[in-house]
Design a protein around this ligand. Structure first.
Ligand code: SF4
Ligand code: SF4
Length: 100
């Protein structure tokens, strides 16, 4: 799956992420600290944007390896573009339109 860097999954999904307090100076995480829950609708603390391009600020660190984010995949071919982002944005828009 090719990520379009929209930041949708980092915002609209429930995700287990590395606890910021667990990241050590060498970029590894303290193995005694568990992953923490980032709830759906809350922007991940590691997400930043350059214009409209989403960046994960821990993507390059060793602590990112083997995380649920790193292992995230979709059904489909490896070279298909992500279809989740547009769905998540539309679903979120529908929810906010429904709020009186
Ligand atoms: S850790 Fe990175 S990839 Fe995972 S939700 Fe946060 S910003 Fe997105
Ligand atoms: S929803 Fe898809 S395109 Fe958007 S950041 Fe997540 S994986 Fe990438």
């Amino acid at each position: 799956m090719i990520c379009m860097r929209c930041g949708g999954c980092c915002t609209y999904l429930d995700v287990a992420i590395i606890d910021p307090a667990a990241i050590q100076a060498d970029g590894r995480s303290d193995p005694s600290k568990p992953l923490i829950h980032k709830p759906a609708g809350k922007i991940c603390p590691y997400l930043a944007f350059s214009g409209e391009v989403a960046n994960c600020s821990i993507h390059h660190l060793p602590c990112y390896e083997q995380t649920p984010c790193q292992q995230f995949e979709q059904v489909g071919r490896e070279d298909d573009f992500c279809i989740l982002g547009s769905y998540l944005r539309a679903a979120s828009q529908k929810r906010s339109d429904a709020v009186p």
